[in-house]
Design a binder for this molecule. Structure first.
Ligand code: NDP
Length: 291
């Protein structure tokens, strides 16, 4: 009889930690699981996972320690008391943190002789183990290489660099684009709903156009990287008129134009600084740290 390969410990069985543990089991491996509140492991245990009563007990299983908890504070609350037991071990933290928090954890790990890899999950729990799931990693390259087989069960895995904050930086920067995009889509949906048109019908029209627009990001990036705003595709002055028209139409429909007003404020900032004839992408100058 061949025993199943063991994949270390998973600390945290929320929606995401549970999905990660499930993918390990689905691949014919075993894993030791722990959750602060008991009772969340039954389904995993019925499929071969071992449940530990405490986080410290979960470490006794050996192998890498995967952490998927609520936030940075909960990671410290869980790992701090275990620092000495973790010495010489590999910790892969998949909890969402800021870049500074990830770097702080990497420093904490280094002080305790722990090899630290930070992970940023670009997926929802049902996507784990399926197409389109991507997890960014940064920090210890050797932990990434050594445990790649497990990481690849969850998603496409990429190592972004030795700086532990990079995975989180890319993750949160991408999400910074996603939320305003969705807010803008919902703003549009509210506008058409005022004419009795369902959001589903609106989505059929909006999705192809918005997808096509994201294909222009490399051009936007080239403008921004080169700070070449002088020959605009669409000037700030032109864009302000367009934005104000959208806002006026929204108010006519009794729809709050707040997502568009946010963009208009950035555009006005650059116009007020005397750059109205330059490219729209110049609004990044409103966002960057000022010298
Ligand atoms: P859940 O809210 O479903 O689960 C949170 C987990 O953290 C639970 O296991 C909870 O335990 C535990 N926890 C909370 N506070 C503490 C604490 N002080 N000490 C110990 N354990 C604690 O969240 P998710 O599983 O969805 O998310 C986990 C991480 O994954 C988050 O950082 C999230 O940002 C990230 N993520 C989630 C995505 C998603 O779509 N869900 C997408 C991408 C990343 P208990 O059961 O005892 O409350």
């Amino acid at each position: 009889m061949t025993s199943k390969p063991h994949s270390g410990s998973m600390l945290g069985l929320g929606a995401m930690g549970g999905a990660l543990a499930q993918a390990v089991l689905d691949a014919g491996r075993t894993v030791t699981v722990w959750n602060r509140t008991p009772g969340r492991a039954a389904e995993l245990v019925s499929q071969g996972a071992s449940e530990a009563a405490t986080a410290g007990e979960a470490l006794l299983a050996g192998g890498p320690v995967f952490v998927c908890l609520f936030d940075h504070a909960s990671v410290h609350q869980t790992l701090d008391p275990l620092a000495e037991s973790l010495r010489g071990r590999a910790v892969v933290n998949l909890t969402t943190t800021t870049p500074a928090e990830a770097r702080e954890l990497a420093g904490w790990a280094q002080r305790h002789g722990i090899a630290y890899l930070d992970g940023a999950i670009m997926a929802t729990p049902p996507m784990i183990g399926g197409p389109g799931s991507h997890i960014l990693y940064s920090g210890s390259r050797s932990v990434f290489d050594e445990h790649r087989q497990i990481l690849d069960l969850w998603a496409t895995s990429t190592h972004e660099g030795d700086d532990a904050g990079l995975a989180s930086l890319f993750d949160l920067a991408i999400l910074a684009g996603m939320y305003p995009l969705f807010a803008g889509f919902l703003h549009g949906a509210a506008m058409v709903q005022s004419a009795g048109i369902e959001a589903a019908e609106f989505a059929e029209r909006a999705a192809p156009f918005l997808s096509a627009m994201t294909a222009s990001f490399p051009g936007t990036a080239a403008t921004v990287d080169g700070a070449t705003y002088e020959t605009p595709l669409q000037s700030l002055d032109w864009t302000r008129t367009a934005l104000e028209t959208i806002a006026r139409a929204s108010r006519e429909l009794d729809v709050d134009p707040v997502p568009i007003d946010m963009v208009t404020a950035l555009v006005r900032g650059e116009i007020d600084a005397g750059h109205g004839a330059e490219d729209f992408n110049r609004i990044i100058e409103q966002l960057r740290p000022r010298a």
